[in-house]
Design a protein around this ligand. Sequence first.
Ligand code: C2E
Ligand code: MG
Ligand code: MG
Ligand code: MG
Length: 290
Amino acid sequence: HADVAMFDAKESGKNQLRFYHDEQGSQRYERFSLVNDLRRALEKDEFRIFYQPQIDTRTGNVMGVEALLRWQHSEAGMISPAKFIPLAEEQGLIVPIGEWVLRESCRMGKIWHDQGMDFRIGVNIAGQQIMHESLMGTVQTALDESGIRPHLLDLEVTENFLLKQPEITIPKLHKFREMGLSLSMDDFGTGFSSLSYLKKLPINTLKIDQSFVRDIGSDPEGEAIVKAIIVLAKSLGLEALAEGVETSEQLSYLRTHGCHLIQGYYFSRPLPAEELPDFVMNQAVEISFE
Ligand code: C2E
Ligand code: MG
Ligand code: MG
Ligand code: MG
């Protein structure tokens, strides 16, 4: 009875979501214009943000959460950001959507901080947002209206986009650091940046991409990349954070090699805002130390 939503751009020539579902044995077939629906999703209040805890395994505390966008489509159900974010970028919708994510994440962050939870909030920033002139003002507005302290906001950027037009992006990153924000390089290792750029980028954290983390225990070459990124981070004075950690084997490998910041299903899936405080309060005692 499970609904299956498939994104099918090639066949139809435009972006459409084909939606199949089984009703009392008969198969119905519907098409939605994903683009039109995406345009209206903000005003229809169909976006939700889930928050995935990031654990500092040295203390057992939640040191951060990553804000991950979800689209609750009225008919197709929950649509993954892997499907609609590229479309939003293509349609120029990522700027207003990204603005909403920033403001909403900061608003929630302030509520949690006022309750005594001092973790930082990581927000994904798409390439187009970085290139857009409005981003600086949007971030400032999100900080001002929420009252969240800037050092508790972490912007996650990816290397490919930064280096497409480094003369525009790198000065902006410096500006964000001057404002007190922290910066993470997302999906590190999957892009094409030259390592010499890394020392010019004012970032705080390298997020080791989950494709390498998945290799731990099965692919020695992937493991070698994980180790190399941890060493690289350390020698550049950056933090390494591993994402997509699912098993205790991956966890102990990472800790043994000096990566203590962990995000992944092993600790928690992304949680709706209302479930986060319980997790944060209980997490510290539940970690087992060697
Ligand atoms: P990302 O920023 O690299 O986020 C990490 C993704 O890995 C998330 O997928 C998260 O749910 C998933 N993940 C976390 N732990 C595990 C694990 O242990 N195992 C597995 N298999 N997956 C894990 P999600 O939420 O589907 O988001 C996918 C991508 O969509 C994100 O990748 C990010 O690039 C993009 N995205 C999500 N929200 C936003 C947003 O607000 N703005 C922008 N620009 N992009 C976003
Ligand atoms: Mg991310
Ligand atoms: Mg990532
Ligand atoms: Mg990713």
